[in-house]
Design a protein around this ligand. Structure first.
Ligand SMILES: O=C(O)CCC(=O)C(=O)O
Ligand SMILES: [Fe+2]
Length: 410
């Protein structure tokens, strides 16, 4: 049994054999998607100004490379026990790579996510590959994206990053992609599901990335941890510990706009990261973890670790963010400040379903005098609102995009 899906010529065949008119239509659709998704670029020619597609830089080579020293442990999910995983990695917040978590997935076993299979089964289904400047989702049909993926020469191509879920909430057909994999056993606990599928923030994504696409440096929301399994392709990762300051990790000051660089993952790996390591020196650089993720491997990213990912080859993966008993304290601290309304509901349900964790949240809240702080905060917001409704006929606008989370009724 193999857990590695390797693509060959045949996997791309059906994608190229379209008629000239449908090929042209795909070009037009993708041009429109690119224009919308990258409002920061003035015109389509800017997508290939840096000429990364022609570059011979070793970081962009698709030939399997070897990093001199990879500071990440590789474990086999069949031999590492769950308790050891929690003890050695989740609780201590140490990243690792797990092997053999996806052997039985239809996506792997039945090769359901190869370009050919995606084309055959999902070519008319739309997938999300970006957002415009107004926050509106940019969706394209799979057939257009696959044709683009096959031929694109962009510096930082569009990337399908689809939560496989929006359709369901809208009452439309659920995305069948989520039938093609199962959650690896170590990540089965999913505490945020307790707030309900409709209330919880997006937490799972199907990723289809042409080479040179990627995700630039970030931490995942609400201090959740993540797992990311690569089905085929090759991903290059960099991780930095949670105590690295945002300004250092992002290093916007090291982006040379004059040289047409921007904040895309490809620029981060090629330009920013080498400058950052040089600027910060040996001690800092020794704490950075860099590695390649090969097909069949699952990367575990603990809460609050900075990470950036570059698809060195055309890649297909799935990733989930989660809260578990192992990272509960960190997720609770983030959720109570960033999603107040949702946190209240979460705590109510935890009291019934997981009283020991609710108690844990109470202890953290008592430690930080959180309830007194919240009372004071509600009081001052209500006071402000009363003042502003007296002064205008309009209701006061909420600072938060999630107004429900800003409700202040005591
Ligand atoms: O592009 C990737 O594989 C990384 C995805 C990721 O970090 C995320 O979804 O938060
Ligand atoms: Fe992430």
């Amino acid at each position: 049994m193999t857990d590695r899906v390797l693509l060959d010529e045949g996997d791309w065949k059906s994608i190229t054999s379209s008629s000239p008119s449908s090929a042209l239509r795909s070009v037009r659709v993708m041009e429109a998607a690119k224009t919308r998704a990258r409002g920061d670029l003035d015109d389509l020619s800017e997508f290939s100004m840096q000429k990364h597609a022609q570059s011979t830089h070793p970081i962009l080579s698709t030939v399997q490379p070897c990093l001199s020293e990879e500071k990440v442990a590789r474990e086999d999910i069949n031999t590492l026990t769950f308790d050891d995983f929690i003890e050695r990695y989740e609780r201590r917040s140490i990243p690792c790579i797990l092997n053999n978590a996806a052997v039985d997935w239809p996506a792997v076993r039945d090769k359901r996510w190869t370009p050919k299979a995606l084309y055959e089964k999902h070519r008319h289904r739309k997938f999300r590959c970006g957002e415009d400047d107004n926050g509106k989702v940019v969706n394209v049909k799979m057939k257009h994206f696959l044709r683009y993926m096959k031929s694109q020469q962009d510096d930082a191509p569009l990337y399908i990053f689809d939560s496989m879920f929006d359709d369901e909430i809208g009452g439309k057909t659920p995305c069948p992609i989520k039938e093609d994999y199962t959650i690896p056993s170590f990540f089965a606990e999913d505490l945020l599901s307790l707030v309900g599928e409709h209330r919880r923030p997006p937490y799972r994504w199907f990723l289809l990335g042409p080479r040179r696409s990627g995700t630039t440096i970030h931490v995942d929301p609400l201090s959740t941890s993540a797992w990311n399994t690569l089905v085929y392709g090759l991903k290059r990762w960099v991780l930095m510990p949670p105590d690295v300051a945002k300004e250092v990790a992002k290093s916007d000051d090291l982006v040379d706009k004059e040289q047409l660089e921007d904040n895309e993952s490809v620029d981060y790996f090629l330009k920013i990261l080498p400058r950052l390591k040089k600027k910060q020196g040996e001690v800092f650089s020794s704490r950075i973890i860099e590695f390649f993720q090969f097909p069949g491997e699952t990367v575990f990213v603990p809460s609050n670790w900075w990470h950036a990912v570059l698809n060195v080859q055309d890649s297909c993966a799935v990733t989930h963010n989660y809260a578990s008993s192992g990272n509960f304290d960190r997720v609770w601290l983030a959720t109570r400040t960033e999603r107040r309304g949702m946190a209240r509901k979460w705590l109510r349900v935890l009291r019934k379903e997981r009283p020991e964790l609710a108690r844990q949240a109470d202890i953290l809240n008592e430690r930080d005098h959180w309830c007194e702080y919240e009372e004071r905060r509600k009081h001052s917001i209500n006071k402000e609102r009363r003042k502003s409704t007296r002064n205008t006929s309009e209701p006061a606008s909420s600072e938060s995009s999630d107004s429900e989370d800003e409700e202040v009724a005591v």
